[in-house]
Design a protein around this ligand. Structure first.
Ligand code: ADP
Ligand code: MG
Ligand code: MG
Length: 875
């Protein structure tokens, strides 16, 4: 038969699946001989069984009784004893910490008779009655869903929170609470202690499925089927007078990572009071002056916990009449900066290896450190705090509708109750987006993250009208300036000063790491990541300036140069002429392209530069059909000859496509417009030859986009090779292809016959595999899909490893089978996404290529992926 209950002395910290995080860590502390009140843990197995069947699993109650007897023996008190009752706490604790999401009930075991006994035993009737009223309140809310306000109203009527109520007043309050309880549940508050205990255990089980807990798990990507464990332990009391109290502490500063303990202590209080912020807390240093013995013991325990967990720990403790008790510990949450600093410190202290240190930080954390931030020292009080949905620091004037945002000439913040697909142009134009409704998966949040735009959503205190927003008694109008912190969710009035990221300035070479603990830690971990990584990191860069920046950020090549960007602006007219069949246009384009490439090759001297031949649909270079039609109509109405516009209109009409993304683009364009690709190949070869002549070391590669059949590639290749052969002094130039059409992935074996390298264009590959267009769907239904859990993350952000990823695996395998040693990389957005980098490492790619700004993130993740096997994965 399955065993459902484990005493604290039986477990250990590695049993989180079974005992939950809190239970496993209470067991570990008990094992270490630390002062933990005795208790036991009901397993997550029991919870899952309960949630499946709706009843307590067979044998569970008997096991609980058995373990309860052991606790009674240790303490020398009996549960339910009218004279000297043992009181218990019943605490939720899942594998992953879900702060404040589930329930805990304190003081279980009190009744109308034992409350008097407790008063006599402790000589403190106020304490006894206060404990009893807390129990009825917590029990009513948790077990029977009695609305908390019903109790709060009674408490307020009696004199309010924190007021020093007399025994008589507390007794009246208990009576009032019992009435509230009866009114909402139709039954009396249970007097039998065992009934209280079992009802409480069931309620904690059920709290796993509470709406807020379910939502939290979806956002944090915690599986929904784990269940929670339940910890039952003897109560200790911090509310027994001035020599008692309760506190929380960290073994290092979780904000900066600075060495040295850090914490808050509240005298004469129970745990919930600290969180409620009812009274002012004192620092641990102050505790040292009022209770030096407990303070000393606490410090030595914290040191032992750090050694045991080999990481920053946070703890909850209580002092009862001068005796210290440990109530909780875990590896503590920390800011991104602290994560880097602490990982490096622990290496210095000889506690962990560099490989392990890499597992203690994430690319996501590095990304956070690379955003500009507000100078919070100079910031006013925030107006409100919403959900931090997309990081960054945005300052601008309030606008309430998207058209106004799109039309604005100055920086604006789009303020809406919520957004919908019609708001897209406004969202693109705005510096940041603020909404009063919706969480991390709302439309605003999803779209903003996709665009890398600052967003705070779900700021529920905002009352948004047509042309004003009211919050905390202040009304702001369109045109008023506000500042949004997408990292903390804070919204400030006025313009808060923005500081560029120190980490970015360090990567840029403007700051050195010397004397700066954060930068020194980043430097150290980046060096180790580069040293460990198997994946190389290249950048997507189209200009010399971008490439130079990518190189400063540590890129070792350009994985994607999009040549179409070189055809915009003044050069557009050359493309129009090309389409009208004017061959002279190619001759004029050639030197322009050559100059572009020379700049790029110079910036990346000695490193590979993969140049993609022109890719997008031609219509992007032509005037829109409507505009052209209008121009021609106007000319004709005036009796004028529309001239070139007329010819252009005919051409644009001829080439008009219903689905341009699935139309004439990429290699298809190269095959249809004679000489276009040849011109580009010549420009590449001549630029390289010129650089060789100048003593440089250019390493261009030519990449053909949107290939679906090897014959397409063979045709382009033959033309390109002829051109390359004709350019004197050019270095050898490899020709490869993008794999971005599903057919290319499936026929990768054939395609590799004509390709010296592959680069996965995972943006297009995702669109074409799912059959939806990125530009059309992200705002339209992705929010809903994320909410429903159809997507764990947007497939344009994190590679869909089951579907799109399978095509990648197939292509790598078939490509390399036909051409051993084939170089394979990725140049879609996914190349800079932490989870995707891990996938590409596992799939055996040679490099990832991403935007220059994401290069350090990809480098770190490439190192983490390679060292994951070496160090123990602690996250
Ligand atoms: P959470 O997971 O939300 O932090 P906990 O289970 O840690 O909830 O309980 C909240 C608080 O209740 C604790 O911080 C502690 O102060 C108090 N508490 C829990 N168990 C006991 C106990 N046995 N004795 C005294 N206080 C307790
Ligand atoms: Mg806790
Ligand atoms: Mg593409």
């Amino acid at each position: 038969m399955t065993r459902y209950v484990y005493d604290f002395v039986e477990g250990n910290k590695d049993l989180k699946d079974l005992l939950g995080g809190k239970g496993a860590n209470l067991a570990e502390m008990t094992r270490m001989g630390l002062p933990v009140p005795p208790g036991f843990t009901v397993t997550t197995d029991a919870c899952r069984e309960y949630l499946r069947t709706g009843t307590m699993p067979t044998g569970l109650l008997g096991e609980v009784e058995h373990h309860l007897r052991m606790v009674q023996n240790q303490i020398g008190k009996t549960f339910g004893d009218p004279e000297d009752p043992l009181l218990l706490s019943v605490r939720s604790g899942a594998k992953f910490s879900m702060p404040g999401m589930m329930e805990t009930i304190l003081d279980i075991g009190l009744s109308d008779t034992s409350v008097a006994g407790l008063g006599r035993q402790t000589g403190d009737e106020r304490f006894a009655w206060d404990s009893y009223r807390r129990l009825i309140q917590m029990f009513g809310k948790t077990v029977f869903d009695v609305p908390g306000e019903a109790f709060d109203d009674e408490l307020a009527a009696a004199g309010g929170i924190g007021a020093d109520l007399s025994v008589a007043q507390l007794q009246d309050l208990v009576l009032a609470y019992k009435k509230v309880f009866h009114a909402h549940t139709g039954r009396d508050f249970p007097q039998a202690s065992h009934e209280q205990l079992f009802l409480a255990i069931g309620a904690v089980f059920r709290s796993w499925n509470a709406e807020r807990a379910t939502l939290y798990r979806r956002q944090e990507r915690i599986p929904q089927d784990l269940g929670t464990a339940v910890n039952v332990m003897a109560m200790v009391f911090g509310n027994r007078g001035e020599d008692s109290g309760t506190g929380v502490a960290f073994t290092r500063d979780p904000a900066t990572g600075r060495r040295g303990v850090y914490g808050d202590y509240l005298r004469n209080a129970q745990g919930e009071d600290v969180v409620a912020g009812i009274r002012n807390t004192m620092s641990l240093a102050e505790l040292a002056t009022i209770d030096p013995a407990s303070h000393r013991q606490l410090l030595s325990i914290m040191q032992r916990l750090e050694q045991r967990y080999r990481d920053l720990c946070d703890i909850e403790f209580t002092i009862e009449n001068g005796k210290l008790w440990m109530l909780q510990t875990r590896v503590g949450k920390r800011t991104p900066a602290a994560a880097f600093v602490i990982a490096a410190q622990l290496v210095d202290e000889g506690t962990i290896t560099l490989d392990e240190a890499l597992q203690r930080v994430t690319g996501e954390q590095l990304a956070q450190l690379m955003f500009p931030s507000f100078d919070t020292a100079a910031a006013p009080e925030p107006l409100t705090t919403g959900v931090p949905a997309s990081p960054g620091a945005a300052v601008g004037m309030i606008v309430f509708d998207s058209d106004a945002a799109a039309a604005a000439t100055e920086p604006v913040i789009l303020v809406r109750r919520e957004t919908n697909p019609d708001d897209l142009p406004g969202m693109i134009a705005a510096q940041g987006i603020l909404t009063s409704r919706g969480g991390k998966t709302s439309h605003a949040a999803v779209v903003a993250r996709g665009m890398g735009k600052t967003c705070v959503c779900g700021a529920e205190q905002l009352v948004i009208d047509e042309d004003s927003v009211t919050v905390a008694g202040r009304t702001l109008h369109a045109g008023d300036v506000i500042s949004l912190d997408g990292t903390t969710g804070k919204v400030y009035p006025g313009a808060v000063a923005v500081r560029p990221s120190r980490v970015v300035r360090y990567f840029e070479g403007e700051l050195t790491a010397h004397g700066d603990p954060l930068l020194a830690a980043v430097e150290r971990l980046m060096i180790h990541a580069d040293h460990t990584a198997r994946l190389a990191v290249h950048a997507n860069a189209d200009t010399g300036a971008d490439a130079a920046r990518a190189r400063r950020f540590g890129a070792t090549g350009v994985g994607l140069c999009r040549t179409e960007h070189m055809f915009l602006g003044d050069r557009r007219v050359l493309i129009e002429r090309l389409i009208l069949g004017d061959d002279g246009a190619l001759a004029e384009l050639l030197p322009l392209q050559r100059a572009d490439f020379e700049e790029l090759f110079t910036a990346m001297d000695g490193m590979p530069v993969t140049v993609r031949l022109i890719d997008p649909p031609l219509h992007e270079f032509l005037p829109p059909l409507e505009e052209l039609t209008a121009r021609v109509a106007r000319a004709e109405a005036l009796g004028q000859d529309p001239g070139r516009d007329g010819t252009l209109l005919t051409a644009v009409r001829r080439m008009h496509e219903q689905n341009p993304m699935l139309g004439l683009r990429g290699v298809r364009l190269g095959l249809v417009i004679p000489g276009l690709f040849a011109m580009q190949v010549r420009a590449i070869a001549e630029a390289a030859a010129a650089q060789v002549a100048a003593g440089g070391d250019p390493r261009p590669e030519i990449m053909v986009p949107l290939v679906g059949a090897v014959q397409e590639l063979e045709t382009v290749r033959a033309e390109a090779e002829a051109v390359l052969a004709s350019v004197l002094g050019a270095p050898p130039i490899r020709i490869g292809t993008m794999i971005e059409v599903p057919r290319a992935a499936l026929t990768a074996g054939q395609i590799a016959g004509a390709a010296e390298f592959f680069s996965f264009g995972t943006n297009d590959l995702t669109q074409m595999t799912w059959g939806f267009s990125r530009d059309d769907v992200e705002g339209a239904f992705f929010g809903r899909y994320l909410q429903l859990g159809i997507f764990a993350a947007s497939p344009f952000e994190t590679i869909d490893s089951d579907g799109v990823g399978e095509l990648v695996r197939i292509a790598v395998e078939r490509g390399r089978a036909s051409r051993p040693g084939l170089t394979v990389g990725v140049c879609g957005e996914h190349g800079g996404d932490p989870a995707s980098v891990r996938f590409f490492h596992d799939t055996g790619l040679d490099y990832v290529s991403c935007s220059p700004f994401r290069v350090p993130i990809a480098r770190l993740e490439a190192g983490r992926a390679a060292s994951a096997a070496a160090g123990s994965d602690s996250r």
